[in-house]
Design a binder for this molecule. Structure first.
Ligand code: ADP
Length: 152
């Protein structure tokens, strides 16, 4: 059983996240989407809403579980017996940032991080762009899953 942990802020979930997860479904038997709760970030949407968005988006998928965690991502990965950490790469800045974290995580735990490259047409989508558009009353329906449009 190949289990992957997909950790993130999901503030909110976007079509960029959905794209990575859909493509990863072919690679893993189970994907645990876990909302991290202990970063210093100021979130726009409270944890309960970020979880509800993910549940609304992925509830039809038996291979996908949605949860929260705190503490080190590798500790949580071990706790749930995940063999892999899944992350997406959009641009060189993502690569530089993710490289150091993935190498550290592998050194500390042996857990491999699997990266999927963003699909063409999705690389510009980020939660921060969605928050900016939403904050200023723009139409976010082309950036987020349709299941959450009415929930925002
Ligand atoms: P974090 O704060 O941990 O970066 P995010 O919710 O912003 O959490 O992102 C979670 C993961 O989803 C990251 O690996 C990020 O690179 C990936 N991701 C977000 N948007 C996209 C996108 N448009 N294409 C590919 N990967 C993406």
């Amino acid at each position: 059983m190949k289990r992957a942990l997909f950790p993130g802020s999901f503030d909110p979930v976007t079509l960029g996240h959905v794209d990575i997860i859909h493509r990863a479904l072919d690679l893993f038997d189970e994907i645990v989407i876990a909302v991290g709760t202990n970063t210093d970030k100021n979130y726009m949407f409270p944890l309960e809403k970020r979880l509800a968005f993910l549940e609304a988006t992925f509830s039809p998928y038996k291979k996908i579980k949605v949860t929260t965690y705190s503490g080190l991502t590798i500790n949580y990965a071990k706790e749930i017996e995940a063999d892999f950490i899944l992350r997406g790469l959009r641009n060189p800045a993502d690569f530089e940032f993710e490289k150091a974290i993935a190498q550290t995580n592998r050194k500390l735990s042996g857990i491999e991080t699997v990266f999927l490259l963003t699909s063409s047409g999705k690389s510009y989508i980020s939660s921060s762009i969605v928050r900016d558009v939403y904050r200023h009353g723009g139409d976010i329906s082309v950036l987020v899953p349709e299941e959450i449009v009415g929930m925002l």
